[in-house]
Design a protein around this ligand. Structure first.
Ligand code: GAR
Length: 191
């Protein structure tokens, strides 16, 4: 059974998809804790499923590295096999990434390497792109640059707003993250 810690910053709809999937005893992974950098709305999903949560706010630290060290010790307390960044909106410094990669994955609302960064959906619309999508990748020290594990394309509809497009991307992401975590769990159990 793969044990997973999920880190979020926002509404946590992808977290919820994972919690619902893992609620099925046949799913090969369990969500053992959920962490955040802010008191995120999405932590309520973890509460509903009886999963412990923690918040480590960078504002309480002098440096990003000091923050990341405490975030890391919170994560490691739960001894996860995998850490999933599901809408975690802060760049993690090398001390955090190097301690966990390649067992640290991120989801991103674009067809990476196109439109990395915090405003991928807005950037795709501003560039006049006709298609975009979702990517799951291993986190390395770069911003949205690590090896890709899964990607799915989506056509951008004429006149679509950023919010409408992002919601359609998130529908894909929710399926993709559940499939990817399942695939990683199956792979590890066969090794
Ligand atoms: C998702 O679209 C995820 O890809 C994005 O935040 C959203 C979180 O949604 N992450 C990034 O943009 C990271 N660069 P959720 O809180 O509803 O799961």
């Amino acid at each position: 059974m793969l044990s997973v810690v999920v880190l979020i910053s926002g509404s946590g709809s992808n977290l919820r998809a994972l919690l619902e999937a893992a609620d099925n005893p046949l799913f090969p992974a369990r969500i053992v804790a959920v962490g955040s950098d802010v008191p995120a709305e999405g932590l309520a999903h973890a509460d509903q499923f009886g999963v412990p949560t923690f918040v480590v706010n960078p504002k309480a630290f002098d440096t990003r590295e000091a923050w990341a060290e405490v975030l890391l010790s919170n994560v490691q307390h739960f001894e996860p096999d995998l850490v999933v960044l599901a809408g975690f909106m802060r760049i993690l410094p090398a001390n955090f990434v190097n301690a966990l990669t390649p067992n640290l994955i991120n989801m991103h609302p674009s067809l990476l390497p196109e439109f990395p960064g915090a405003h991928a959906v807005r950037d795709a619309l501003a560039a006049g792109a006709t298609k975009t999508g979702a990517t799951i990748h291993v986190v390395d020290e770069g911003v949205d640059t690590g090896p890709q594990l899964a990607q799915r394309e989506l056509e951008i509809l004429p006149g679509e707003t950023e919010a409408e497009l992002h919601e359609r991307i998130k529908q894909i992401e929710r399926e993709l993250i559940v499939q990817t975590v399942r695939a990683i769990a199956d792979l590890k159990s066969n090794n």
